[in-house]
Design a protein around this ligand. Structure first.
Ligand SMILES: Nc1ncnc2c1ncn2[C@@H]1O[C@H](COP(=O)(O)OP(=O)(O)OP(=O)(O)O)[C@@H](O)[C@H]1O
Ligand SMILES: [Mg+2]
Length: 345
């Protein structure tokens, strides 16, 4: 009898999706779990596919590797459900891939920046952040300007702003920290007015967490690097017009040959520090140093994989080579996972 490499559960979100891939620039669909299952079974794993909302709550999942997906729906509603269930699974003794804290960091720059603090390599900390639970504390704090403010859950550069003056800083912080929509904010204003008459304290609706960090000048764009074990997919994104932000610009430009080796070496450093099977990195290069703008380990966009004509791979002499090949998301995903699981065994 062939010995099993272990048990893996592939856990979809409540609507049955598992991560997402791009058929073209605009159309997304779930990764094909049957393809991933085939790869894993061939590698000797016992595989189960389940919906996170329909698990058997009486069962014990101890010892099982759980490969999961996050969710990005309105106000983080489904993600909160996913977090509850995965924390329960982890508490039972199942092995989340990647670990629970990386799920918390998905769409949550506060958690991501907390994790950055624990990196030992100072090169990954050229961007230093302060995290805030509400508007009031940040406004009381003296900051050197210009400064970057980021809402915890924005994407595609929404919720990322540069404050050059004190006035801009106050406006951005007030806006990013406002948890209530405009309509509710108006109601809260009236309610707080009435509360003041009753000598009651105001309801704080500027209680959305956010991040403040140093501004890296001289970036004309950034690099999106997707790491699937030893395969590195790279897109170079130009900043939006008259803007410091590259994410969401949709302007993918040629990679300068003199920069690519440095970017990939830096990406590998990040991978070594973070140690997960798959990783998405936003890397800035200002002509002198590299800057880790962002890292994500769960349910990140796979556009760089779809749009790339190939990937980079390090050869024995340490030089990165470009392998021209259209990759399938499911194959890269499974391959990286299998290598990772064999490594941590
Ligand atoms: N500290 C910084 N200094 C200079 N530019 C920055 C800084 N942080 C971010 N940027 C620019 O702003 C863009 C958006 O920032 P970031 O990647 O943190 O958020 P996001 O892209 O909205 O989040 P996500 O990648 O999760 O969608 C980056 O692509 C980069 O070009
Ligand atoms: Mg980004």
């Amino acid at each position: 009898m062939v010995e099993s490499s272990g048990q893996i559960m592939l856990l979809t979100d409540p609507r049955g999706w598992f991560w997402k891939k791009y058929n073209n620039r605009n159309q997304t669909e779930s990764l094909d779990l049957t393809q991933i299952e085939d790869h894993l079974v061939t590698a000797g794993f016992q595989v189960e596919i389940a919906n996170i909302a329909k698990l058997d709550w009486t069962r014990n999942y101890r010892g099982m590797h759980i490969l999961y997906t996050s969710s990005e729906d309105f106000n983080g509603g489904t993600k909160s459900f996913v977090e509850d269930v995965l924390l329960w699974l982890e508490k039972q003794g199942s092995i989340l891939v990647p670990s629970y804290h990386y799920l918390r960091a998905h769409h949550n720059k506060v958690m991501m920046e907390l994790l950055r603090h624990s990196f030992l390599d100072s090169e990954m900390k050229t961007i230093q952040s302060r995290i805030f639970p509400s508007c009031k504390m940040a406004l009381e704090h003296p900051f050197a300007l210009p400064i970057v403010v980021k809402s915890a859950s924005g994407a595609g550069s929404h919720g990322v702003a540069l404050a050059k003056t004190k006035k801009q800083f106050i406006r951005v912080v007030r806006s990013f920290s406002r948890l209530a929509g405009w309509d509710f904010a108006a109601l809260f204003k009236i309610r707080n007015f009435l509360r003041a008459f009753k000598r009651q304290g105001p309801v704080n609706y500027h209680n959305e967490k956010f991040v403040i960090q140093n501004f890296v000048p001289d970036l004309s764009g950034d690099y999106k690097v997707l790491v699937f074990n030893d395969h590195y997919f790279v897109l170079h994104r130009k900043n939006r017009q008259n803007d410091f932000r590259a994410s969401g610009s949709g302007q993918f430009i040629a990679i300068p040959s003199e920069e690519i080796q440095g970017v990939l070496n830096f990406a590998r450093k990040c991978q070594t520090a973070i140690r997960v099977p798959f990783l998405s990195l936003d890397i800035g290069f200002d002509g002198r140093s590299h800057h880790l703008i962002e890292f994500q380990c769960v349910s990140f966009g796979l556009k760089a994989l779809t749009l790339s004509t190939g990937y980079y791979e390090s050869s024995d002499n340490g030089i990165w080579q470009f392998v021209e090949k259209q990759s399938l998301a499911e194959s890269e995903f499974s391959r990286a996972l299998i290598v990772y699981l064999q490594m941590i065994k």
